[in-house]
Design a protein around this ligand. Sequence first.
Ligand SMILES: Cc1ncc(C[n+]2csc(CCOP(=O)(O)OP(=O)(O)O)c2C)c(N)n1
Length: 636
Amino acid sequence: MVSLLETINDPADLRKLPRAQLQTLADELRAFLLDSVSRTGGHLSSNLGTVELAIALHYVFNTPYDRLVWDVGHQTYPHKILTGRRGRMGTLRQLGGLSGFPQRSESEYDAFGTAHSSTSISAALGMALASRQKGENRKAVAIIGDGAMSAGQAFEALNNAGVAECDLLVILNDNDMSISPPVGALNRYLAQLMSGQFYAAAKDIGKKVLHVAPPLFELAKRFEQQAKGMIVPATLFEKFGFNYIGPIDGHDLESLVPTLENIKHLGGPQFLHVVTKKGQGYKLAEADPVAYHGPGKFDPAVGLTTPATPPKQTFTQVFGQWLCDMAQKDSRLIGITPAMREGSGLVEFEKRFPERYYDVGIAEQHAVTFAAGLACEGLKPVVAIYSTFLQRGYDQLVHDVAIQNLPVVFALDRAGVVGADGATHAGAYDIAYLRCVPNMSIACPADENECRALLTTAFEQDHPVAVRYPRGAGVGADVEPGLRPLPFAKGVVLRARGPAADGAARGVAILAFGTLLYPALAAAERLNATVVNMRWVKPLDLDLLLQVAAQHEALVTVEEGAVMGGAGSAVGEALQAAGVLRPLLQLGLRDEFIEHGDPARLLAMQGLDAGGIEASVRRRFADLVERTPPALKVVG
Ligand SMILES: Cc1ncc(C[n+]2csc(CCOP(=O)(O)OP(=O)(O)O)c2C)c(N)n1
C-alpha cells in the first residue's frame, strides 16, 4: 500500500491534504527519517525535532514563493523530504549527493544557503524588505534554534528587524539544547518563559497592584487572558519591537497549524516561540540527544554501539588529552569553546577542570576577545575552535589579540578538508587569513605526536600562536606522554636526495606543511626527491629554506589549505625577498569550493594524495625527477 508520505512529492501535494491527515504524515515522515539517517549517518536529534514544524510551515505558507530560512540548516531533513528530495535521501552528505544543509543550488525550496549558525534572521529580513521594495507580498520566515539564538548576529538582526516595517516571522525552535546543553543567560530566560514562571510571577505582581483597585481585579480574574496582556511585563522580544506569541508545543499540529495561519495574516515583525524536543519520537535519541546529534550509520533497533576494534586516536583526542595534561601542570591554563565541547574534545577537560572551562555559547567573536581579556591578566587561554568557525572571530583575532600581542593559543581543529559537512565547514583558509597578521605564528603538525609537541611549544610562547590540525586521525603516530616542546619555527629534513658531488643544485625538494607530509614522502620515494617537514608556516624556517633552495633546482610546497595566500605563497615570498630564484610548484586546495564527500576521495580529487602529488611534480619538473620509479609505497 502506498503510504501518505509517498504521495507527497511537492509541498503543493501536502497542502491538498485535510488537516486531520497531517498527524499520520508526521508519523510516517519520522519513521522514514530515522530509517534514512541510520543508513547514511547525519544529523538526527535536531531533525526528529522539526518534523511537525516542517509539515506545518509548508502546509500554511505558500512555499517556495514564501521564503523559509532555516538557521544552521542541519535540521532541514524533514523539509528536504517534503520538497521533492525524499528519493535522494540515501545520498545524503555523499559525493554528488544531497547536502546535509540547505543549498540554493539544490532546490528552489532552499531559500538561503547555510551551515554556520545565526544568519537566518538577517537573511529573512533582507528577503522581507526586498519583497516590500518590489511591491510583492511574499512572507519571509526565519526558523532559529535556542542555541543559534545566543549568537550576536541573531541579536543584531532582531535589533534591525524590530523597527523595520516588513512582514517577517521569526520562529524560535526552543528545544533547550545546543549540541550539548545550552549555556548563558538567554537560555535561563527562555527556560523561564517556557516554565510559565514568568507569567506566574507577573500575575502575582499584578494581583498586588490590582488589589488596591477591586473592580479592576475582578475584571482581571474574569478575563485572565486579556489581563495577562495588561499586566505581564513585555518579553525580551517584545522590547525588540516584535509581537511575541507562545510558547506553543512544536509537536502538536493542532496548535501549530492554526497559530501559523493566524500569524500569516498579521503584519509587522512577529515572533513565535515553539517548544520542541530534540530526538522526539526515538527514545534513544530523546534520552541522549548529544550522542544522536550527528551519529554515523547505526541500527535503529539497537542504537549506537562501541566498535569492536577501537578506532585510531583522532587529532581532537590528542588535543583533549594535551589540554588536560597541560592544565595539570600549569594552573594558568583556561580552556574555551564556542559551543563545541564534544567536537573540540573538551569533555574530559570540563569534568576535571570545571572552574577553568568556559563554553561561551555559539559566540566565536566573544570567545576570542574573552580570551584576550584573560591573557591581559596573566592567564593562558587556549581557544579550541574549528578553522571554519574562527572566520567569525577574525577581527577579534586581529584587533584584540594580535595587535596587543597577547599569548592566546588557538587550537584549530578541522583544518583542511572536512568531508561530509562540505564547503561551508572546510578549513581551507586559516593559513591565508592568519599568515598576514603580524605577531601571529602558525604551526602545522604532521602527525599526532607532533601535534602534542607543537601545542606545548605554542603554549610556551609569549605571543599568539595557532596550531592547525585536520579532522579525524593521522598516520597513527605514537604520542609521547610528556610535555616536550619542539623548537620554535624550526623544520626538519626527513628525506635527503643529497647534494651532487660537484656541489651543484640537483633535483626537487618537497616542502610539506602538515599531515600531507606522509603522502609527500611516498611520492618522494618514487621521484627521488628531498622532503622537508616544515612544521611552521609562520615564522618560516628561513635558514632551512635557503639551504634547501641552494641544494635543489626546484621546490614544491604541499599543504592542506588554499593555495592562494597559503604556505606555498609564504615560501615564494621568502625566496623573492632573499633574491633566490627557484621554480616553485605550489600544491594545495584549488580556488574552488569543495563539496561534501569522503575526505580521502576529496583530497585525491584535489591531487593531494601520493599519486596526485607525484603526477603534479612529474608534469612540472619531468627532467628533474627519477624516470623509472620504484613501486608506489603509500605511507599512512
Ligand atoms: C558559527 C557556528 N558555530 C558553531 C556551529 C556548530 N553547530 C552546529 S549546530 C549547533 C547547535 C545549534 O543549536 P540550536 O540552534 O539550538 O539547534 P538544535 O540542534 O538544538 O536544533 C552548533 C553549535 C555552527 N554551525 N556555526
